[in-house]
Design a protein around this ligand. Structure first.
Ligand SMILES: C[S@@+](CC[C@H](N)C(=O)[O-])C[C@H]1O[C@@H](n2cnc3c(N)ncnc32)[C@H](O)[C@@H]1O
Length: 295
């Protein structure tokens, strides 16, 4: 819906400017140009993204007008809370982030570690949605490397990063994201649910936690729940099930023998990615990744 004084052209421009409002390990922003030839060319009715993360692919396809309706989901409840707050309470969220920015400028590490500890309080789950979302965005912009890592009790445990001027409140980006999210469903859910919900003709993009490149590789943990070989096998079954239902399915993963074996019945393309989040600088560099397609 247009707001007062806004033309269709303004709205188009704002939606096109929408990009992720969080930094996210495995974020696909840098790969969109390489993915472009693989996205469906014809508009689809519904789009499902069951490992949404920071939503780089969602925001991109939304600006392209690829779908009529979008269903975003994933297991990180704090992250989904951010989508809901950005979608439904952007003014309150901006006000809360303005307050964090002010307190961070005054208190620095003292404010960071006080906010980080909020999830240790027994009644934290009952705190208002906007408070949860503002905390997550604030921590994401000020923590080490924008990493989201929780311990086995679900407590966020990333130390503060070194930023001269952290981008705690980016009002334009939040408002653009809020508009892009109007009418979009965002829910906490494991990836398996997509198999029941998606129907023939829908487009599903899966970007799971990657199969590690080696047994000793540092595996990115996004939540207290692990994503190991069993989950990768289950996901391959979901992919095949979606294919049988007549959905169009696209999936990203690392270029490893397990991935190639799990998806050997489908088209496998490769792209070249730079690793973003890696504490060992000398290990940053280009790696081959796969894109699996059933079309
Ligand atoms: C590689 S990231 C997705 C990145 C995203 N494409 C982006 O551009 O930011 C994988 C995401 O899957 C989520 N996840 C982990 N296990 C899951 C599961 N069993 N079901 C659904 N989502 C899961 C993680 O929380 C994480 O955000």
């Amino acid at each position: 819906m247009l707001t007062a004084g806004e033309s269709v052209v303004d709205r188009e421009r704002t939606i096109q400017a929408a990009t992720p409002f969080l930094k996210w390990a495995g974020g696909k922003g840098q790969l969109l140009a390489q993915y472009e030839p693989f996205f469906p060319t014809e508009p689809v009715r519904r789009y499902f993204e069951p490992f949404v993360g920071s939503g780089a692919v969602f925001f991109y396809l939304q600006a392209r007008g690829l779908f009529e309706r979008a269903h975003l989901s994933e297991v990180n409840a704090e992250l989904i809370t951010c989508y809901l707050a950005v979608r439904d309470h952007v003014d309150d969220l901006i006000a809360a982030l303005r307050e964090h920015a002010r307190e961070h400028a005054e208190g620095g590490a003292a404010h960071y570690y006080a906010v980080r500890a909020w999830d240790r309080a027994p009644d934290w789950a009952d705190a208002p949605l906007v408070q949860h979302a503002a905390r997550m965005i604030y921590l994401n912009k000020t923590c080490y490397n924008g990493l989201w890592r929780v311990n086995s009790r679900g407590h966020f445990n990333v130390p503060m990063g070194r930023y001269r001027r952290p981008d705690i409140l980016n009002e334009g980006r939040l408002r653009a994201a809020s508009r892009a999210l109007q009418g979009v469903e965002a829910a906490v859910a494991g990836f398996g649910g997509v198999l029941e919900r998606a129907e023939a003709g829908d487009f599903v993009y899966c970007d799971p936690p990657y199969v590690p490149l080696s047994a000793t590789a540092n595996f990115t943990s996004y939540s207290a729940a692990p994503f190991g070989e069993d989950e990768q096998r289950r996901l391959a079954e979901v992919f095949a099930g979606l294919d049988r239902k007549g959905c169009r399915v696209m999936l990203s993963n690392s270029d490893t023998p397990l991935v190639r074996q799990l998806y050997r019945a489908f088209r496998i393309e490769t792209v070249s990615a730079r690793r973003n989040i890696n504490s060992m600088r000398h290990k940053r560099g280009a790696v081959s990744e796969v894109v699996v397609l059933n079309y």
